[in-house]
Design a protein around this ligand. Sequence first.
Ligand code: AMP
Length: 450
Amino acid sequence: MFSEFGLHERLLKAVAALGFAEPTPVQQAAIPMVLQGKDVYATAQTGSGKTAAFVLPLLHRLLQEAKPRTATRALVLLPTRELAQQTLKQVELLAQFTFIKAALVTGGEDFKKQAAALRKNPEIVIGTPGRLLEHRNAGQLELQDLEMLVLDEADRMLDMGFSDDVLALVEACNPGRQTLLFSATSSGSGLYDFVKKVMREPQRLILNAVSDLGTNTKQQVITADDVAHKEKLLLWLLANETYSKAIVFTNTRDQADRLGGVLIAAHKAGKSAAKVYVLHGEKDQKDRKQAIARLNQGHINVLVATDVAARGLDIEGMDLVVNFDMARKGDDYLHRIGRTGRAGNEGLAISLVGPHEWNLMASIQRYLKQAFERRVIGELKGSYSGPKKLKSSGKAAGSKKKKSDKHPEKKPHKKADSKPAGKKTAKKAVPGQEAAAPRDGSAPLRRKPL
Ligand code: AMP
């Protein structure tokens, strides 16, 4: 019950107006800790209700001590403009019965308008690191009196190269502030060192023990012979599955463009009803906005995307995820399926697995501690149906490189639409980390070329 937290009555009114009956697990765990004024480092996925988990106690704190509007009281940093917009929306909804105001400061929008909004001294500023730093350097963002700093999707901010900007902003913040850090994963890109730099003895919350994930999302695997077979399977799925919006993941930009072309051609030829848009790292912010708007307006219903392009996308009603290429890491897989099955909605994630992707799929299953459901589409049954013999790990037994393993389907590291090579950082032990499987599900997958 939300009333048990002792939150301000205006906030409880907003929670009731939004129809939130029960706190989600992350809210249940984080709200009391944050209300105690502690620094909190939480691992929780988008879709878990984590935004309200920090917004509610943040608003409560601001309401408890009414202060004249002279400087920013709370700063929320996010990796992408869309996430910042969504967070602003939630803040406005949860603060609807209060006088608290929030401003949005993200790249790509009018700088002067943002400066004017900041001059009105909103209590809360929400934005992306680069643009916020520009305003701070221009003397338009006062952070000395900051009471709360929230770093949301911190792992993504680091992955996207915002570390220096975030640290420069943190440096400018009141050292006596309370800091909350949310991350979907607990490893990678120096997160551990980063946490040590920006937080003081944080309370640690791990809410998405990977085995708890995907409970609303059914996960299936369909074996495929090659790319052409995968295309047929995909067209069949898009024609026969019940979904309102779907996202199809590829590992490379080239594959996304090519597959987009195949699907669009099928649509034009009247062979597919799916209306498709392609999104990858080479597309700019305008394309992203357009894709989201078109999806929300129902002009398109299928997005073909790479992992980088799909970061931070939160699209209502996305209920089908297809991994045309298997994700390269467990964490990428989690992010992909995190696009669906959100906040209690049912979702379906289907991975098309070619011969050389079997072991990768097995590693991801082990990492997630979940067994994917095997599915066969009768009319499209191929010749490949998985390895003849399996090891106890679920990988193919005796999987020494054979000639038949060479597959034209995927050239893994060519023009990958992911972070630049050479940026890998040593993995450090993080509390709650599993020793058996690597925390981001990556290491065993990288040992041999696919
Ligand atoms: P988030 O993980 O913050 O992106 O939240 C995902 C969605 O869950 C948002 O659309 C919220 O409005 C919704 N939500 C958050 N908390 C609750 C709750 N306690 N009950 C139902 N829905 C919620």
